[in-house]
Design a protein around this ligand. Sequence first.
Ligand code: SAM
Length: 193
Amino acid sequence: MADKPFSATRVAHLLMAERLSPGDRCIDATAGNGHDTVFLRQKTGERGLVAAIDIQAVAIESTRNLLRQQGLETGCRLIKGDHAQLLSLLGNDWLAAARVICFNLGYLPGGDKQHATQSASTLAALQAALAFLAPGGLLAVTAYPGHREGASESEAVAAFMSELATNGYFVNSWSGLSTAKPAPVLYVVRSCA
Ligand code: SAM
């Protein structure tokens, strides 16, 4: 079988796996078709709790179906809503409780690009997410500058991450090199405290 380059999603999973243990809580802020939710649920087990959020009902259903197919529904809370409203969606008991928070930006693969993530709500959600990270927790954000819909959002995310890096957070970024179009960029954020 031919070898394939690492994808940003694969690297995100490797780094998230390193942080996660059974019983942990985590947040998938863009549930989409449920692949990241399934991954987080596999790592945290039945004693853990994964909150998976998406603005589209079709994405929540798709995530529910994937979890069901794999017998992983327990330990997951599926929430239809805007991730910019994290506090009202999750409540106070999630503050400082998530070992991993993951954003996979862009549009639902196979879905309507009109419902792609947008700069303003993404920035509001990323800012809000910081308060939900547990000590030692990790925020993983994958942005897609090569998509027409994602170019300006990716710029906004890059500026947000640069700001965080000068304000008490360790921020790393990772991207493949591509001559065709800008490759997806993974940002990984940890609190310095
Ligand atoms: N993590 C997903 C997976 O593993 O299949 C892929 C996520 S997909 C690239 C991006 C998702 O973000 C879409 O399903 C879209 O509906 C969702 N989305 C867009 N704007 C949102 C918002 N304001 N709040 C929550 N979800 C949003």
